[in-house]
Design a protein around this ligand. Structure first.
Ligand SMILES: [Zn+2]
Length: 397
């Protein structure tokens, strides 16, 4: 497998091994909370991100959709975050890899469980439930399935709380009781706050509430603006400026012996609206042949074949998509480490028989089955640096 750092901006087409896999174990989102928890003395936690120094009070501020490359390209809209990229203010900015696919449900589960997707088992925006054969949307948890069976591992928040650490999540009230919160971000106390200002003020209060703390807070609207209007739109830039002020507001309220970490669940890439950049599965009889279910999203597809057709589908998808996608069989993707170093038995059947990850600024839309998703400007999911690299910025007191 190729290490992530071996990314080449103009790679040769296109063996599966040429995909730059996430840096599971040393520099992925799944390594963040275990590293912080290890610094707090929580048992059985591995400090995979070597350069993070322990702190007594730890806060993770997750900005949905703000990739490392997009932040670096907009210093004027994000002066405070940009100041954390260098050595000023004690900042030690660096990127992490989100994990594959680079999508919210997958990444939030990686953050909260401290496990890669192959273990926590939320390996896509939609995946097949092997018990029912139906496609399941993991962000909306539709159709409903038992959360504790789908993702049985305790969160790092829960393990920290059991070890005497004060654990808290501060997010939208809408997320208080969702299955995704339960499997990924529960353990400790949940504080629903509507406004960003209320959230960061509450997060600061939760940090100060105990000598040892692990606090999480979240902001969604950078991602929403990118999907609707694009990464460089006025709306997107306004959201970036807003969240920049929220991070500064939180940084200025940190109690002593704190570390604030700003990160994201994935980056984003704008995809032009023409037939060359938006291949429509629903209009393509070659791509549809032998496919029972289409999962994932436009830049990270899980393809479930009708029985006996997996090899034919793989051959056909490779031919049609050429060098614009990495196209792997399930076992090739697993062997290459796309979903992490191990795949739990219960997760294996959730992965597509064929897995297609976009390399160029291209989408595999499905205009009939996914009309809303197919109309988005900004997209994410695959392993390119624009999507895969997320910031890890630090403020310490
Ligand atoms: Zn998104």
């Amino acid at each position: 497998m190729a290490p992530y750092s071996a990314w080449d901006t103009d790679p040769e087409p296109l063996p599966v091994d040429s995909a730059p896999v996430p840096e599971y174990g040393t520099g992925s989102l799944a390594d963040l909370l275990p590293t912080l928890a290890a610094g707090l003395g929580v048992p059985d936690m591995t400090a995979g991100i070597a350069e993070l120094a322990p702190a007594d009070r730890n806060c993770v501020f997750l900005i949905d959709g703000l990739g490392w490359e997009q932040l670096r390209a907009h210093p004027g809209d994000a002066p405070f975050l940009t100041s954390l990229l260098g050595s000023s203010r004690g900042g030690t900015g660096r990127p992490l890899t989100a994990g594959y696919p680079a999508t919210t449900a997958t990444s939030l589960a990686s953050v909260g469980t401290g496990l890669p997707p192959g273990a926590h088992g939320l390996p896509g925006y939609t995946v097949r439930d092997p018990d029912t054969g139906a496609l399941m949307n993991q962000l909306r948890w539709q159709p409903w399935t038992r959360p504790d069976v789908w993702q049985p591992y305790p969160t790092v928040f829960r393990l920290a709380q059991e070890a005497g650490v004060h654990a808290a999540q501060v997010s939208s009230p809408a997320f208080a009781n969702t299955p995704l919160t339960k499997v990924a971000l529960s353990g400790g106390t949940f504080h629903g706050r509507l406004s960003g200002e209320d959230r960061v003020d509450t997060a600061a209060g939760q940090l100060a509430a105990a000598d040892r703390a692990l606090v999480y807070t979240y902001y969604a609207e950078v991602d929403g603006a990118g999907h609707r209007f694009g990464v460089d739109s006025d709306t997107w830039r306004g959201q970036l400026a807003h969240v920049d002020r929220l991070v500064q507001r939180l940084a200025e309220q940190l109690p002593p012996r704190s570390a604030l970490y700003v990160t994201a669940d994935h980056g984003m890439i704008d995809v032009p609206f023409d037939e060359d950049h938006r291949i429509d599965f629903d209009e393509d009889w070659e791509l549809k042949a032998g496919v029972a279910l289409l999962g994932g999203e436009g830049r990270a597809r899980h393809v479930y074949a009708v029985p006996g057709a997996a090899n034919d589908v793989l051959t056909c998808w490779r031919e049609v998509l050429g060098e614009r996608f990495w196209v792997a069989s399930r076992d090739e993707a697993i062997a290459a480490g796309w979903f992490g170093p191990r795949i739990d038995d219960r997760v294996y059947g959730r992965l597509g028989d064929v897995i297609a990850a976009a390399r160029d600024d291209v989408l595999l839309i499905a205009s009939e089955r996914e009309p809303n998703e197919s109309a988005m400007v900004g997209n994410h999911g695959s392993m390119t640096p624009a999507e895969q690299l997320v910031p890890l910025l630090e403020v310490r007191t």
